[in-house]
Write a protein that binds this ligand. Sequence first.
Ligand code: FDA
Length: 303
Amino acid sequence: MLRAIFVGLSNVEALRKFATKNKIARKTASRFIAGEELKDGIEAAKKLNLNNIEVTMDFLGENTKTEKEAWACAKEITKIMEAIKRENIWGNVSIKLTQLGLDLGEEFCEGVLRFLFDGAKSKNIFVRIDMEGSPYTQKTLNLFYKLYEEYKNIGIVIQAYLYRSYEDVEKIISLGARIRLCKGAYKEPKSIAFPKKSQVNENFIKIMKRLLDSKIYHAIATHDEKMIKATIEYAREKGITKDRFEFQMLYGIRRDMQLKLVKEGFKVRVYLPYGTHWFPYYMRRLGERPANLFFILRNIFKG
Ligand code: FDA
């Protein structure tokens, strides 16, 4: 319910314009976003690296409306990769296909992706393709399948809330590709997604087990202690060592857990977003946890 409201609001242009200029909104968003510029992202990456936490850097943006905008995003992502190399950052990048022109046509987007993946390949950097709302699921997978034939340095995301996901996982595993498993952050209808949290969790665990069994290096992306515990227990039961998979979490969320897992010898990667187009990302984060609303209200009253 809360998620549906916030995901709905994330598409309201007037609200986006208001929020991105509003001091309090910017301040509260900074909990989840490293800053507005690449240097902010790099600085945050270095701090995380010092704590033995890897990063996946994300230049915020989605649903670009012009080719020029999509190319500008691709160039910024290239700058991230250059900075990762130059500054010896322990990390990779995450991208969204609608940021890179998917709404402008699959062919156009493919061209932009080839430019990016060539650059990533030459720098030996891994690129993770985020998964967006269901209108893009098949299109994203189609482009991934096509480009994975040529670029082995790319991976994809699977959302446990979609009914189709287990089957998609089988296909991706058969290719030998790497998956990030998450619960799913968008508003989806009952016809295609599990409506209950308990069902999503059940599917998450089912897929997690399949991923760990596959012997491919995958990522389990969650802050849910139950999911994390289930993963650790399953790995222990099956004798899967800690270097065979990684946990991933979002910047600013459950920092205590990130550090605890690292201390216990697990690999942890933090999704690290920066940029000025933070509004939809921020709204999805707010919708995930009612307590975040109190955090905002507290800031409003503090002035
Ligand atoms: P759940 O929502 O059940 O939360 C469990 C606990 O985690 C909460 O009780 C709270 O303690 C903490 N928590 C979770 N969200 C919080 C928040 N916003 N603020 C504060 N605390 C919070 N989705 C997607 O559709 N496509 C994608 O490509 C990705 N990519 C991605 C990468 C990474 C690294 C992560 C961690 C997540 C994603 N997601 C995503 C988002 C994902 O689908 C999901 O919406 C969030 O991770 C929240 O789900 P949890 O698994 O954390 O569980």
